[in-house]
Design a protein around this ligand. Structure first.
Ligand code: 5GP
Ligand code: ZN
Length: 115
């Protein structure tokens, strides 16, 4: 996707604080962190929302993103304390970037329900 900010970040056309990278995925620090740890995990493949995931084709990819989120939580020392994984979908959720991403949030007490 030519004008997708997260595609550009994963292709390093836009700079970011890179946390992790492999063939399928990319993780980087959120530019506007909402917690002491706020990292975004994205697929390199452009998928606008979770509604666009293809059954079968994207199953492995989604599992992979969770695996990377776990790895980041452990490395940041928030795994045992607790952390939150968030994926927003469409306007009422607050999704602003239409390239799926897992927010890895931690390092402070999280409230529920979310705002
Ligand atoms: P959403 O609102 O779609 O769930 O989350 C998008 C997230 O991407 C927001 O937390 C926002 O701060 C982050 N973000 C938006 N643009 C950029 C950017 O150019 N660089 C980085 N590192 N994060 C971004
Ligand atoms: Zn994209």
């Amino acid at each position: 996707m030519n004008d997708c900010v997260f595609c550009k970040i994963s292709q390093k056309k836009i700079p970011s604080k890179v946390v992790y990278e492999d063939d399928l995925s990319f993780a980087f620090e959120d530019i506007n962190p909402q917690a002491p740890v706020h990292t975004l995990v994205i697929p390199k493949k452009h998928i606008p929302t979770v509604l666009d995931l293809k059954e079968g084709e994207d199953d492995h990819l989604i599992g992979h993103l969770f695996k990377i989120a776990n790895k980041i939580a452990k490395e940041r020392g928030i795994a045992e304390r607790g952390f939150r994984l968030v994926t927003n979908c469409n306007p009422e959720s607050g999704q602003t970037v239409y390239h799926i991403h897992l927010h890895v949030l931690g390092g402070r007490h999280m409230r529920w329900p979310p705002g």
